[in-house]
Every structure is written in C-alpha cells, then in structure tokens.
Design a protein. Structure first.
Length: 351
C-alpha cells in the first residue's frame, strides 16, 4: 500500500542549476514531471549577489523581492515562465551574470490563477495548491488589531512566511513549532523573538489572526501596505515542517520526514545562527556541504555544516552549532525528491 499522497514530488517542487550568460537563459527543469513555477527563488552560487524571488500572484515578470534584505518590492522580473521552467532575461545581474553559476528553487501553486477569499475580516487574494499544501496570499493591510486573513489551504498551515511589499521590514516567519507570540526572520540570523511590529495567532483551517506587537502592526497589517504570504502545511510523503534537537556529534541527529528530501532549510531557534539551505543538486550526492544562507548575499561555500539526504529523512553529519549543537533546537522545512514508498510500492534510496 502506497505511503505517499503525492507520487511524483517533481510535479510540485524542483531545483534547477544553470549558468549565466550575456544573453537571456532558458532554464528547463529535469524532473519526471513538467513544472511551471509559481514561486521562484534564485541565488548566484559563485558570486556575492542578493537572493531574488518572484511569484505569479504578484507577477513573475514585473515584481521582485529579496529574501536576504528588508527592501520593499521593486518592479523588476524575469522575462517569462515556461511550461517547464523560465527564461531569465538579460537585465537582472542577480540572476544572469555572464559566467556565474545559479540555483533556482521552484514551487507550483495554481498556474497563476488566483481567487478572492473573504473568510477573514481582510479580503485576501489566494492562489492555492491544496494537493501540495501550499498557498500564496496577497492582501492590503487595514491597521486593525486582531484582523484575520484567509489562506485557502482548507487545513491549518504549519509555516507562514510574510513580507511587507510596500515598506522596509523583515520577512516574518511563523511556525507552529515556535513559542507563543514568537517569530523568526529569514533575512537575519536572530533567534526566535517577540516582535514589536506584530505576529500571528489563532492559525486555523481557514484563517489566521494578525496581532499587534508591543507597538504596532507594521510587520503584518500596516494600514494601506501591501503584503505577500507563503503558507505551507505538511503533506505525507511530500513535505514536512517541524523541529529537532541537536546532539553535538558528527554522528548527528536523524530527522524522519517520510520521504527522500530534495530540499531542506534549517535554522536554530534558540541562538543567533545562520539559516542554511541544502538540496539534492548541490553537489548531488552525500555528504552534502554546499551551503547557501538565505540571510546572506554570500556565494555558496563548502562548509562545515553537513547533512546526508536519506530515503526517509535527513541526518546531520557534523557537530557545528548552526545545525547540530548539543541541546539546541532547530526549525526545518523539507520537500521531497521521492516518497518513501510511492504507488509503485518501490522504496526510495539515499542520495
């Protein structure tokens, strides 16, 4: 009997590597399924450049945000999306400098088709992939404490990443694994904290609440400001959002996901440590130590933080503090390359 509810994860998430050029580059995915990206996150591997992210709700060809920066949205985009990837265009050096190497992480939502959601006191615009537990939400803040926003997932999200598009504010990251009133921010290395500018509460199957912090609502509901939020919930055999405790050993903690991971992001919750992203394309075999940090513009490095991507989860392979300090707690999000057992009843293998 099949374990997974998604037999082919590549229909919903893929990583692509490409080389920059003096002309526009067409990036074509190589997974089992075609994937037209609705959320696209690109980083230069070989040089110091900002992370760039685009989505089809805001407009892939006209709007850009920077995960490592607090900057407001600007009016630059990629050239186009295709049925199985995207074209870079020539104008954005962060994503297409001649001779540089890049990684592009891509998620599918609903092909750019959005709908109005009036479940909350603020009407949101949602683009939802309920099969993969992913929605993109855009809304305009009204400045009201305890306002609610509909997310469209049909079940409570376990992780929400929000950015104020109109002004210079952090990437507010909420997880059900964090302490009450606490958030983290992807653009900085901070431990979990209670923000002055608002956070989330009462995260439910249809809405979540925008709660004032100690002074205001700028992070999540400033009057007249525009926001984008990416909401996720775990899907058996495809995605997992949780936490683990480090053991401070080279024979590190094992984290069961129920699938062979294609992508893992990790952050220490109790100390100021970098976020790190690992994926199955860099370098494409265990042990994986090719490090990219979402809170930094730095190029990829072969670092001391090491993991193995296994058939049913991931295992830390070093005792360094960013991912495996003894007694420290770590937040993670992971997406699958293969389910542990698909409909063909063949078990996944390690990387």
């Amino acid at each position: 009997m099949a374990y997974a509810t998604i037999n082919d994860p590549s229909a919903h998430f893929q990583t692509a590597l490409y080389n920059g050029s003096s002309s526009s580059v067409t990036v074509t995915n190589d997974g089992n399924s075609d994937l037209q990206p609705d959320w696209l996150w690109i980083k230069s591997r070989s040089s110091t450049h900002n992370h760039d992210t685009f989505d089809s709700s805001r407009g892939m060809t006209s709007k850009r945000l920077f995960p490592n920066l607090t900057n407001a949205e600007d009016s630059n985009g990629i050239a186009s999306v295709t049925s199985d990837g995207f074209t870079t265009g020539t104008s954005l050096g962060n994503i297409n400098t001649n001779g540089e190497n890049y990684v592009a992480w891509q998620w599918k939502a609903n092909g750019g088709t959005t709908s109005s959601n009036s479940d909350g006191s603020i009407t949101s615009t949602v683009q939802v992939n309920t099969t993969a537990g992913f929605s993109i939400i855009t809304y305009s803040g009204n400045g009201s404490n305890n306002a609610t926003v509909g997310h469209g997932l049909g079940a409570a999200p376990q992780l929400i990443i929000t950015k104020n598009r109109s002004a210079t504010y952090n990437w507010v990251t909420w997880s059900e694994e964090l302490s009450s009133t606490k958030i983290m921010v992807i653009d900085m290395d901070l431990a979990e904290f209670t923000p002055s500018g608002g956070y989330y509460s009462n995260v439910g199957s249809s809405t979540y609440q925008l709660v004032q912090g100690s002074s205001n609502l700028t992070n999540v509901n400033a009057n007249g400001n525009d926001y984008v939020a990416y909401c996720f919930r775990s899907i058996q055999g495809y995605s997992k959002f949780g936490k683990y405790t480090g053991n401070g050993s080279a024979d590190g903690s094992f984290v069961y996901t129920g699938f062979k991971p294609a992508w893992v992001m990790i952050k220490c919750t109790n100390a100021a440590k970098n976020w790190y992203i690992f994926d199955n394309k860099r370098p494409g075999y265990n042990v994986i130590n090719r490090l990219i940090s979402p809170n930094s513009s730095a190029a990829e490095v072969d670092g001391s933080e090491k993991i193995d991507l296994l058939s049913n989860g991931f295992k830390l392979r070093q005792d360094f503090s960013h991912t495996n300090a003894s007694g420290s707690t770590y937040l993670y999000m992971a997406f699958a390359q293969e389910p542990l057992v698909g409909t063909n009843n063949i078990a996944a293998t390690a990387e």
